[in-house]
Design a protein around this ligand. Sequence first.
Ligand code: MG
Length: 406
Amino acid sequence: MTESRRLAVIIVAAGRGERAGSHKEGPKQYRLVGGKPVLAWTLSRFLSRPACTDIIAVVHEDDKALFEAVTAGIDGGQRIRTVTGGQNRQASVLAGLEALSGEAPDMVLIHDGVRPFVSHQLIDGVVAALEDGDRAALPAVQIADTLKRGDATGIVTDTVPRNGLFGAQTPQGFDYRAILEAHRQAAQDPGTEFTDDCAVAEWAGIPVRLTPGSPLNVKLTTAEDIAMADDRLSNRRAEATVAPALPDVRTGNGYDVHRLVPGDYVTLCGVRIPHDQRLDGHSDADVALHALTDALLATCGAGDIGDHFPPSDPEWRGAASEIFLAHALRIVREAGGVIMNADLSLIAEAPKIGPHRLEMRQNLARILEISLERCSVKATTNETIGFAGRREGIAAIATASVVYGA
Ligand code: MG
């Protein structure tokens, strides 16, 4: 491996941007998109490439203060040198190239300040072509639309074959000495005005290598482009704040106790278990399903089971508690929730839960319409102490996780 070749970058940002809507809003490279000036996004793409040692921005003389405000707001901004732009793009690029003559880098990338979406992959493709010996490299995309030529009255005159046609993007990469010489020569020829630097290279007889461009690497030209960029970069900023983007996961808990009285069975998680006691309550007193109903309601701030099914209402006398849980499921779903899991702990000295655990989990899975593995039932005694330990009642603790807005 030879000594690494020095790479400089020229960001062309001297344009007045008259196509991007009201002049009052200023040049489009300084418009705010996603909360930052377009140019701040563009410069950051190159500042974050360690290979880009020298970065020069070509700035309009009226925009110096605007530009300083941009660099003050970005990491590494103090590394960027500025050069005053010329009468047109071609003159501005030449000013940037001349400003690098002291450093005389091996390679130079020339990029439009209003292409903030350029990817590192695209930049690397251009640099790789130069390192492979090409003296000019152009990222480009094949034209997908059918091309038409129109006349001055707005009528199509013919269809232009798009075979072999590409849309030119930037950064365009060059052997520094070759493109400096070509630009100097072009500046001496009053008959030439080029809209990109590869055109200057072609004019000077330098072969230009095509490298992969990207449809995302758009040049912000119109007011619509600025609005699109604002949408895209606002979303990216929202994602970056919580990177990676976090889903709206919520957890709720629930707790319930019912008194044990003489009887012949208890109902837990909808399973009727023979026992020498029963749970006392208005409904079937299924503490497990009551606790889980509260846990689900808690994930969307929907109160508790008593708010939805007042014990004073005779309608719920002896009711199977499954209807409470199904009601909570509906509320969660109406709020945009998807249940991830449900977990229950039962605290009871008796009856034994183990033999009924699978049936209990199956009931939860059926009622909540989720898979069995997402439903958990556990049990513990209370070591004979407290109300549960003295068999005065059974307690249940529930936890539920729900993802909203998925
Ligand atoms: Mg209850």
